[in-house]
Design a protein around this ligand. Structure first.
Ligand code: PFF
Length: 449
């Protein structure tokens, strides 16, 4: 079966694809801007702890379900159910995750479209097309539709090629490119005045902020979004992993890469803000807080690039290309979730399934763009504040409470024959049964206040 439904051809291929899903706008935009607005290094510390203690175990739950089920999220969760009455629940969690992934893609494509437009703008400037350049970065509906549509088209083209020739091949190309650009930009920013002050602010924690409930809520939400949890994406990627691979170390590698890149992105963005301040750009709001979110990415940083003269065109191009690449390796995983379900459930060929779902997601993005004020924030909150934590939690419940422990161990032992005597098996089953559900529930309840 696995040969006909596709499989990652190597360990490296899987790691690039899963890290590609994990590393996205959440790392390079979300993490540094959350750090900027949540007490600097205190947030970094909380994030590190939550990513390893809660998000990694939850990621393992999703990967192991997928590899055992060798199928889309709904079928895989049904397969681990002990009783027939659990099937509707399996459907709810699996299908809920697929819808969640599709909805995330519909707003993610809009933001990624902005990133692509800012990548194209310096090119337009360089060829002297000034008018086109200012149209490209102006907030018009046509521009938004065009660039979001273009981004979805790129995603569709990759996914229509399948697991090995699409997802794996492009992740293996794009992830090293992303790393190269990231480090080159850091080297450049570090050579500028003001960077060391930014670095100090990033790395010196204000410990008084660390137990703030709002900080913990933001850090866990960020960790779940960053590891693409609760969307069935990691279940489907898990189903493409060969039975001879060690899942425990694979999951740990993906978490490490994800956390590492978020941390490194902070080394770029926060010092860059202080370099901008050195150039006379305003980086604090009236309340004395660092500017963040869209103001940071679309005003502070472009102002910094402008102040660099002609070098700024190249630096701006590299920065937004980095963002666009990060977005693309994530969006392909979001599209794979509904596509794999449609292919397996309805027996549709991959190509028509990909184009149909791509068109559907494009239609949802259009509706969001047409009702931006009402829908944009709403869809983000619905998926990332409610959908992801709740579905991620349900996945832990499935693995911890519903799946037979002996069958779970057998799956983990594939590719890891000594698993039963290792540290992972001593801790993780308890973690997934008690710690994760309770901690995620607590943070979730807190986020409602
Ligand atoms: N992990 C991605 C990021 O950090 O940008 C976002 C993401 C990808 C969320 C895939 C959900 C998903 F299914």
């Amino acid at each position: 079966m696995s040969a006909s439904r596709g499989e990652f051809s190597s360990r490296f291929g899987f790691i690039m694809a899963a890290a590609g899903s994990a590393v996205g706008l959440g790392n390079i935009w979300g993490f540094p801007t959350q750090t900027a607005s949540n007490g600097g290094a205190a947030f970094v510390l909380a994030y590190l702890v939550l990513a390893f203690c809660l998000a990694y175990p939850a990621l393992m739950a999703e990967l192991v379900v997928g590899r055992y089920g060798q199928a889309n999220a709904v079928s895989s969760l049904k397969k681990i159910s002990k009783h027939k009455w659990q099937h509707p629940l399996a459907f709810l969690v699996g299908f809920g995750g697929i819808i969640c992934a599709g909805l995330i893609l519909s707003f993610y494509a809009i933001v990624a479209g902005w990133m692509i437009s800012y990548t194209v703008e310096p090119v337009a400037q360089l060829v002297g097309a000034q008018e086109a350049a200012s149209w490209i970065t102006g907030q018009s509906l046509t521009r938004n539709l065009l660039f979001a549509g273009g981004f979805i088209l790129l995603t569709v083209l990759i996914i229509s090629k399948g697991v090995e020739n699409g997802i794996e091949k492009w992740s293996k190309r794009l992830m090293p490119a992303l790393l190269g650009i990231l480090f080159a930009l850091i080297a450049y920013v570090f050579s500028q005045d003001g960077a060391s002050e930014g670095l100090r602010n990033y790395l010196l924690p204000d410990f008084s902020a660390i137990f703030e409930p709002s900080l913990l809520v933001s850090a866990l939400g960020q960790a779940f979004f960053s590891l693409s949890l609760g969307t069935s994406v990691m279940i489907i990627y898990g189903s493409y992993i060969s039975k001879s691979e060690n899942l425990v170390t694979l999951g740990a590698s993906v978490t490490l890469i994800d956390v590492f890149i978020a941390f490194v992105a902070g080394l770029l963005i926060i010092p860059a803000m202080y370099v901008a301040q050195e150039q006379g750009v305003q980086i604090f709001d009236e309340a004395g807080k660092l500017l963040s979110e869209d103001t940071l990415v679309f005003q502070v940083l472009p102002a910094l690039f402008d102040s660099m003269g002609s070098a700024g065109l190249y630096v701006g191009f590299a920065f937004f290309a980095l963002m666009s690449i990060a977005a693309l390796t994530s969006s392909i995983s979001m599209l794979e979730a509904p596509v794999s379900y449609t292919v397996e459930k309805f027996g549709m060929d991959r190509k028509p399934a990909t184009w149909t779902i791509g068109a559907l997601i494009g239609a949802v993005s259009t509706v969001i763009l047409l009702n931006f004020e009402q829908l944009f924030g709403f869809v983000i909150a619905l998926t990332t504040r409610f959908g992801q934590p709740l579905l991620g939690l349900m996945c832990c419940v499935f693995v911890g409470w519903i799946w037979h422990r002996s069958s779970l161990l057998k799956e983990i032992e594939q590719g890891n024959p000594d698993a039963a005597s290792g540290w992972f098996w001593k801790i993780w089953p308890w973690y997934i049964k008690f710690v994760c559900p309770i901690a995620i529930s607590l943070v979730f309840i807190n986020s409602l206040r």
